[in-house]
Write a protein that binds this ligand. Structure first.
Ligand SMILES: [Cu+2]
Length: 134
């Protein structure tokens, strides 16, 4: 029994070392832009790197960071984001977000949108985001 639990723990540890939690998207109409927010949690001891996010919901999906430039908030595309071992990074309004450019359909409150997150080590992780206003 203890042996079996150990194996299960190891399997669980490996498959869930990177988690995407509390993912949500702002409501917006077809042709407009929106943003995806979530918590990225790495519970392994090793670092990893998020380098791409994809979705069928928008024409273009980019990793963005909001920066304060002389008092003006400005968005900037980032190529990738490193996450350290045992670190949680919050993607939230005013900071990191995934930009959804030119939506292919209306995103209405309560809709679920599928996303794929691409990591250098963990590979592709799928997660659904719920559409809601914050
Ligand atoms: Cu943006």
């Amino acid at each position: 029994m203890i042996f079996l639990l150990s194996i299960l723990t190891i399997l669980n540890y490996n498959s869930n070392s990177i988690e995407i939690n509390n993912a949500w998207v702002r409501p917006a109409g077809k042709g407009m832009n929106s943003a995806l927010y979530f918590e990225l949690k790495n519970s392994s001891a090793n670092s990893d790197e998020l380098f791409k996010v994809s979705s069928n919901a928008a024409e273009l999906v980019q990793l963005h960071k909001t920066v304060n430039k002389n008092g003006l908030m400005e968005m900037k595309e980032i190529k990738s984001l490193k996450i350290n071992g045992n670190q949680t990074i919050k993607f939230a309004p005013g900071g990191y977000h995934v930009m959804l450019i030119k939506l292919k359909k209306d995103l209405k409150t309560g809709n679920k949108i599928g996303f794929k997150f691409y990591f250098k080590k963990a590979g592709i992780i799928k997660a659904d985001a719920v559409v809601k206003s914050y």
